[in-house]
Design a protein around this ligand. Structure first.
Ligand SMILES: [Ca+2]
Length: 339
């Protein structure tokens, strides 16, 4: 009994000490953060942004500990490829996309023609990024970008993004009132980072600001981005294959960082069981990916496997994840069968 009491007391003392420590580190962080904000403002003004905008936008800037939490502790659990794709390309997602398409048909069709990007691809990207505008993110991205710039881990990258964003606000291209999005600073229907906005976003309806939470500007900006990075309309993205175990390991890509060993499809003939029934131009350049290999513990090395083409790599440009690109192209095909 006495021991239990002592243990209880010990635990509550321990919790008290931990919370005091956390509080004091938050205080320390806050005061250091305030110094960082002060210095950052000077740098921002030096880089040509007006003092008025710098002061206005950064008035309520806050250090957001939860953003550091997301940055440090991104879950290392990976769903296997089939589960990942299935979850993101299901029937209800297709239905939701079709409803949006019916509502905005004339504008989406116009953008498809003008930028030579399939409407199905645009719908697929919006569906996977934000579930058609339903998950736009609610974090004040001035604070999240500032927190990540203040933090040492990727300070340089996020400081540049924050400066770009302030410049866009200063030029009145982006309205500071709409700057709510993901913890990493992406926002809008297609989750653009500031640099992507600067390089590819457009004011399609010509009302002087780029509204990435509205259909016209967001669809045109996404289509412009895909066009500029070289997506080719009506050419393939990927095709599923059944591999022979005789295939040398070097041809199996399982990381999105650097796709290697690209060859013409026909070069891989002896390694692909279903080669003769593949409905694809055998002279196309392709690489083989096996996304579960090395990532899912105990996964079969040879399944699932896909031949991927140039277009697939364009989607990797958008987001460097093998599964993401597979899901986008799968959802695109699901739409194709319905529109
Ligand atoms: Ca506009």
């Amino acid at each position: 009994m006495l021991f239990k009491k002592m243990l209880k007391k010990l635990i509550s003392t321990f919790i008290l000490i931990i919370s005091l420590l956390l509080q004091s580190s938050a205080f320390a962080n806050n005061s250091e953060f305030n110094i960082w904000v002060k210095n950052f403002k000077i740098e921002a003004i030096k880089s040509g942004i007006s003092k008025k905008v710098v002061d206005e936008v950064l008035t309520d800037v806050k250090f957001l500990p939860k953003v550091i939490g997301y940055d440090r502790f991104q879950p290392e659990f990976y769903e296997d490829t089939y589960t990942y794709i299935k979850k993101r390309t299901n029937r209800s997602k297709v239905k939701k996309g079709l409803t949006l398409y019916k509502k905005e048909k004339s504008i989406i069709d116009k953008i498809e023609k003008e930028f030579l990007i399939e409407k199905e691809l645009l719908l697929a990207l919006m569906g996977i990024e934000t579930n058609f505008g339903n998950y736009l993110g609610k974090i004040d991205i001035i604070s999240s970008l500032s927190t990540l710039s203040f933090d040492k881990r990727r300070s340089e990258f996020f400081t540049k993004e924050l400066i770009i964003l302030l410049k866009l606000v200063d030029k009145k291209i982006i309205d500071k009132k709409i700057l709510f999005g993901s913890w990493a600073g992406a926002f809008g229907n297609f989750q653009f980072m500031p640099r992507t906005i600067q390089n590819y976003a457009i004011d399609y309806n010509k009302n002087t600001t780029i509204e990435l939470k509205k259909t016209e500007d967001s669809f045109a900006s996404a289509a412009n981005y895909l066009n500029k990075i070289g997506w080719k309309k009506n050419t393939p993205c990927f095709i599923k294959i059944n591999l022979n175990k005789s295939i040398p390991d070097k041809y199996l890509n399982s990381s999105a960082g650097n796709i290697k060993n690209k060859k013409k499809v026909k070069y891989f003939k002896k390694y692909i069981k279903n080669y003769n029934i593949l409905d694809i131009d055998k002279n196309l350049e392709a690489a083989i990916i096996t996304p579960d290999k090395d990532i899912i513990p105990g996964a079969n090395t040879y399944t699932p496997a896909y031949l991927i083409f140039d277009n697939y790599e364009k989607i990797l440009n958008w987001n460097r994840s093998l599964r993401f690109a597979l899901a986008v192209c799968t959802l695109k095909e699901n739409f194709k069968n319905e529109i």
